[in-house]
Every structure is written in structure tokens, then in C-alpha cells.
Design a protein around this ligand. Sequence first.
Ligand code: SF4
Ligand code: SF4
Length: 531
Amino acid sequence: MADNGPDKKRVSTGSRRWRRARQVVQVLALLLFFYLLLGTRQAGTTALPHDIFFRLDPLVGISTMLASRQWVPALAVGGVTLLLTLVLGRFWCGWLCPLGTILDWTPARRPRRGRSDTAGHWKYVKYLVLSITLLSAALGSLTILVLDPITLLFRTVSNALLPAFSTVVTTVEGWLYRMEPLQPAVEWLDGLVRGWLLTEQAFFIPGLLLIAVFTGVLALNAIRRRFWCRYLCPLGALLGLFSRFAWLRHFVDEGKCTSCRRCALSCPMGAIDPERGFAASAAECTVCLDCAEACPAGVIAFRGQKVHHAIPHFQPSRRQLFASLGVVAIGTALLKTTTFFRSKNPMLVRPPGVQEEELLSKCVRCGECTRVCPTGGLQPSLTTAGWEGLWTPVLVSRFGYCDYSCNSCGQVCPTGAIPRLPLDVKRLAVIGLAVIDEERCLPYAEGKPCIVCEEMCPVPEKAIQLDEESVVNEHGETVILQYPRVIRHLCIGCGICEYQCPLEGEAAIRVYAPGEAPPHEQPQQRRRGQQ
Ligand code: SF4
Ligand code: SF4
């Protein structure tokens, strides 16, 4: 291409150095990602903002602002990533994306010599995923954002891998602790890792689903290197659109190129097309520099170029265009259909201060809130909130409760989907209503004494109070029995009563979404109830 071809030795040494620099940056970015993930227990507990990767992710920012029709200042930082993409191309994918780095390190099928490894037309699938993501966001739904690489990785680690790891370690610790000589060592080890590496979050079925999806993303490498980035990633597609106009571009000195194809074989993105003089597609190239290092003639260079040379090559046929638009329209319509059939679920107890519509239009399914919930009560929804609420946070009181002294979820939520309430305000936020099941509650059902729920209730005035009554027990003695009763206007629905209820299986007191207690358990219908 250019006649002032680069000096072979200088370019290959320079490329090698830059490639090493990229690998160092990749490792540092991945370490930072895990440091922030593990270090976040509350906002402000890490040296950098805990949500920096979400802020830098322009797809998260654009989608959230589209869906909520609000300007979210923290997410505007994603604009910096887009501006840098206009200068450096898809550098995010090659240098910074933690999922991209993991994919680089995952064993992958290498192309055979003489075979083409170009991405082909399937690479446009990711633009369809991007279109559906943005269109559904414009219609108010963020469900498809589960495919964003940052949310996908964060969610998998925090909601599945860490809880699974904790469960295994805690079980092993339990076994070892039975051996007396090992007890001090077990206690020391537990104290060292509990809280940041070992989490209170229970591992349950949605975690298995997450692990399956994540394993699938890695396993796709067996078909093509970086299959996910080439064909599916919506963030990659967004950055690809911008990098078509990037200033930094891949050049081949065609006069000196020996057509050995090594660059094309080395490119993990299949961006280099041998049929087009070994030129790299600006939309696919992640500036990883593998090609420059692989070139034995040292004739590949990355240089600045004026924007008007950056002409996109994709000229879709009319049929392709209509087919794509059809897929986008059908996909978007399917996503929205569930909105019209949305039915209220009595178990849909949300974190404090949440407005349902606001949550659905702002929750990017990152899992930050479920990660920091100290009791493990906050869980990602699989079916409770319907399709539109997939992976949004719900409080499952039998797993854990909303701690009266905690407001962490609102502090760490990067988008404001959970409002940042001061503790005194959060304590007054009503998230549900506790209802006693008199058919299971020990004093009502079996005449046995139990006041655990009343003792546990954290509300200063006590939202559960006890009525005393003399009864004749099974031995024919007259005793005073205390019957718990929920004081409706005091109950905030924190769920500690349900969590602590000593019955096996389902609790005898359950927390329902505000106004959603089922009719057969409404108060005053049995012998006792609520005020
Ligand atoms: S405020 Fe409640 S739901 Fe939120 S993190 Fe704290 S305990 Fe969990
Ligand atoms: S509500 Fe939870 S999962 Fe949703 S964006 Fe906020 S922190 Fe992330």
C-alpha cells in the first residue's frame, strides 16, 4: 500500500513491545475488575469507584438512558469510551474488556493453514443483537442487557461462582471443624476469607443457569477464537460501528507482502481478508497487534489515517436488510409482549425504596446489589418478576432478610434503579407485609409457645405484638399462651420474621409484596390476625 514501507526490524520489535504492553494492560484490567468485584461491600470501600466498568460501558449507559428517559450522569462516562474508539478503534475489546481477556486465555480452535478464518456474514448477527437491545430499551425494557459482556461476567462471578465456591468451602469447613485439632486453623482461615471471598448469598437454581450460559460463551471458542466477540457481543457491535471511523488503522505494505497468510491466521477476530490484500476490517479489528507480530516480513503497521478513508464495506442486499429488520421487529415485539400480560406476583418483594417501573427501566442486571446484601436475602429473579424482570433483584426472605441497619444495595446500584436512601429513610421504607399462617404458626396450630418473630422484629415499636390468652394444654394444665399478631401499619416487610421462623420448610409467617397478600391469608379471617 504505502511506498515508504516500514523497516522490518524496527516494526516487528515495536509491534512486539506494543503487544506485550497490551497483555500487561489486559492483566491489569482483569485484576482491577476482580478487585472491584470482591472489594465492594458498600459504596466507597474500594480505591476506585466500584462500578467503573459499568460506567465505562457505553451500551449500559445508552440503554439505561433510553429506557428510563433520564440523563444518568454517572453513566455518561461511557461517552469517553466511544470517543476513544473514534481514535483507537475497538481497543476496548482487545485491551480492556475482562470477558475478552478471559476468552483470549480460553483454549480455542486454531484455523488450519490454507483455510480462511474471516468472520464472514455471521458477524452481522451481533448487530441484530445490538439493534434488539437498543430498540427494546427504547420501549422501556432492559432485559436483553443480560448479554452485555460486563454485566454478564460480573453477574456470573458474583451471583453464581462465588456463592457456589462459598457453599463448597463452608461445607468442607464444617467437616473439618468436627476434628478438634483442626478447629483453630479452620477458624483462622474462615476469618481470613469470609466477607469478601466467601459470601452469604445462597447458591440456587439461577446460579446453575448462569454458569451454563457462561460455560457456553467460553465453549464457543471451540468453534472459532473469540466466537462471542466476533458474532454475538452487542457491546462489540456498538464499538464496531464507531471504529469504522477510527483514526488509528491497520496498514499492509502490499508491495512487500509475500501473501504468506500468517497475519490472517493469527488474527483472533477473523478481521483480515486475504481477498482484499490482507486488509483488516476496522469494525472487527481489536488492535491486538497479533498480526503485526506474526508477519515475518514486518510489513504491517498501525498508523493514523484521515476519517474519509474509513468507508464501511458492508452493502447489504435488500433481502438481507428486510430480513434483519424483520428479526429486530419480531424480537422487540416478543420482548414487549410480556409487559401487556404482566401479572402481579405476591412474592415480588423489591429492595427498599424501589418503584417497579423505574427499576425495570434502570436495572442493568449487574448483580451489584445481590453481591453486597449482607444477609444473602436479595436474589436475582428468575421467574418471580416475569421475563421483563429477569435477573432483577427480589428479596427472598426465607434465604435472608433486609437488615434494619443496612442500605448497601441502594448505595452500590450504578444506575439508581435502587434509590440511594439514607439509613433513617430506608428504615421507614415499606417493602412488604408479613402475614401469619395460623395453620402453621405453633401457638395457633399446635398450642405450643413460640415468640421468635416478635423477638426478632427490628421495628422499635414492634410490628409484631403478642396477645395473651389462657388455654388448657395437652396435660390438662391451664397456661398462658402468647399469640403473635402483625401490626399492619408498623410492618415494613423486612422479612426477618420469615427468615427466623423455626419451622422446617415454609415459614409460618411470610412476607408478601405490598397489597399482594393472598385473600385466604388476609388478616382477621381466622381466630386472630392483624390490625
Ligand atoms: S438494604 Fe436490605 S435488601 Fe438492601 S442490601 Fe441491605 S439488607 Fe439487603
Ligand atoms: S438494581 Fe441491582 S442488579 Fe439492577 S442495576 Fe441496580 S445494582 Fe445492578
